[in-house]
Ligand binder design. Sequence first.
Ligand SMILES: Nc1ncnc2c1ncn2[C@@H]1O[C@H](COP(=O)(O)OP(=O)(O)OP(=O)(O)O)[C@@H](O)[C@H]1O
Ligand SMILES: [Mg+2]
Length: 326
Amino acid sequence: MIAVHEISKVYNDKNVVDHVSFEVKKGETLVLLGTSGSGKTTTLKMLNRLVPPTAGSIHIDGEDIMAEPPEKLRLRIGYVIQNIGLFPHYTVAENIATVPVLLNWEDNRISERIASLLQLMGLPQEMAERYPSELSGGQKQRVGLARALAADPPIVLLDEPFGALDPITRRQIQTEFKELETLLDKTMVLVTHDIFEAIELGDRICLMHEGKIQQIGTPLALIFEPANEFVWDYFKTQRFQLEMKVLTLKDLLPEIEPFDSGLGEKIIFNEETSFLDTMERLEANKNDAFQIAIFNEKRQNMHFTRKDKLWVAFNKVKEKLINKAN
Ligand SMILES: Nc1ncnc2c1ncn2[C@@H]1O[C@H](COP(=O)(O)OP(=O)(O)OP(=O)(O)O)[C@@H](O)[C@H]1O
Ligand SMILES: [Mg+2]
């Protein structure tokens, strides 16, 4: 859906984005991850022509984005700006209505859309008439997201959409965000420097440094098959937790020894749950006398096991991945 070919951006004789190429498939979420100043925002802004590339080309749905006026292009692309960027003199409702107004939607349709987006974002309806200065940081970020989604664009670009939040609220919103039905079929490019957020939300991650792509691939590939020294070092300090985060119960299943006493409390997990999230949930459950049931999306193939057997499986799978990479 999005094809970026060898784009560069030069500011003051410096390549702040340096021959970057990637593709984003329909319905996929690509995360641009990297240290401050690595060129993430600039790359994102080139996708909707807020910044003109110095070189290279970008195609959306097979069409060169330079072939149509930027205003028209942006109607199809939702954009969540870094540091929120709500219009301060517009109410929440007016902010959300920005693109629908440009599209000449009827008033009724616009107010219905505003109401349903507020609900979707977990914001009270009375907030519609408030101004951005009267909201908390987290509420503003939700409004920013609502504004980007207002006209239901097929593509959404998000620049640190949860940047202003404390770690707890941030995690909660990330989880809610991941489960939003409206986002399931959207093609998204999301910028962050939060490694766990990248793994949580990205189908693939593009790790950037000094304007260049260091590696692009699944979270699993970046952690277990780092392309170079930089990638390895980037994830070094949190490696153990990250290994737990990129492996899902599904990945562990082939190595999980079954255990079913038939008795006692069972805690049920979807096989897509990461090993880290599984362990955190089990930690939170004070009673240790439970069994674990793992099932797939269709509630088929129940597997029963125990916590200690999950650890054994994790270590086996991890060892295999490390051996494979060497
Ligand atoms: N308009 C501009 N003029 C000159 N230099 C710029 C301009 N915009 C960005 N830069 C420079 O380009 C580099 C990349 O900036 P960019 O905003 O893309 O980084 P980023 O990866 O988004 O960083 P952060 O995580 O801090 O948001 C930085 O060194 C920045 O100073
Ligand atoms: Mg940025």
